[in-house]
Design a protein. Sequence first.
Length: 473
Amino acid sequence: LERTMPHTHDPKAGFSLTFDPSRPNASVNNVRGDFIVRNCPPGALLLTSTGHCNGYTSTYRALIAAPPFPYAIASSGPIRSQNGLVLGSVPAGFDPTAGLDLDSLGPAEMMTQGLDDAGGAALVLKGQSTIVGTGHSAGSVDIDEDTVKVDGELLPNARTEDVPLISLSELDFTSDPNTQTLPRSDFQDSEKLSGLLQWSPTSGESLTFTKGLALNGATLRVRGNLVIEGPITGAGALLVDGNVTIQGGAQLSADNQVAILSQGSVSVTGQGAGSSYLQGLIYAAGEDGIKLQDCTVVGTVLNAGKTSSGAGAPMQVERATVAFDSKAVSMSVDLSASGVDDGTRFSRARLKSTLPLSSFYRDGAWDIPSNVRPPYSASNPFGFSPLELVLLPHLELQIDGKWYASADEAIAAGVSQTAVLKAVANASVVYADQLAQASTQPPAENSRLTFHLDLNRYLKNAERLRVVRLEAL
């Protein structure tokens, strides 16, 4: 790119700029985040321009980037709370194991594109509420000044951004041959999932977990409605075509980070904001929007749906807390192996904690233990293979319909050595096979080993770009 900018003393004055990497001082366009480039992070432009006038030449470099996703709550429609909302961000150095101190919340942002309608103002805050930060409303703001504390400001009739739209088809993984299909729609026990999974209804039923769900490095694609009664724990993602209903919540944990992405509505009802937590991202694109009640979300909440009339979908928040955590903005889940719990209830194993396939890549090389069982020895009386010995601390076993927390517990309860070996073998065969597939390239080059979601990719950055650094060369 070369342009002439005539000057009084030099009619040929101008500047030049190039994106040709073979030329010196080349500029870089990394807005889409497609490259790993020094000094130009994903979502940024690095522009280097040389100007000349009246015999003088000067070169400047500018880093142009959009600020990271800032919202604790972003809604396409009205946000209304009649019975209390606490909004803020987790404090610096937040340690989930120490709990969430509401008095230490930092500032966060909340935004609604909604307009006033028959239900009232676009942003309604009543009941015992605390807002730490800034609320932006495209419509008016209605608050009860006697019960709502605002440590910041609420801006009515404000200019607002579009809520990011996330396509589940872009995130779909079910073409991967390792994807496991859940065998039924109703899980009565506490369920633990790992790897790539999918489920589809046969006659309109919902996929239901009645005692909670643990995601041990798992992504689950649900082509229908999802109901979870109890806590969601672990690390993983739920991609749901229908509605999501969650009743209950988990305790805060450093190990919990879950992305819930629904093309329908999302409803989360806990037992109290101080005891029912969901850590991660909630996204809904359905016309019924999002409802949060008696719970705390540590992460971010996006309500992107539209009603049949084209208006933004509503968001209802009652006796709930939303504490923004930037970890939810850009999430990466290292996936464990799929199908570890294949087999029968008479002899099978499943992961009780995350064991990513990528964890077998160390110091720049794959380090995969053999799955060949050696002769019995005093140090290894069961003759487990080296791979099985790595898996054992992460496995729990189901034998004759009963779950055991470990192989040692099963043996102590009188389970036969043969049954234990068979259960462990089911898991080791799966890991050996999927590690062999993965070992053809480093984890950084294999998208099948990690689920990654970065909200910044879905923002309209053209309107948000700013010069964040300017330097002369």
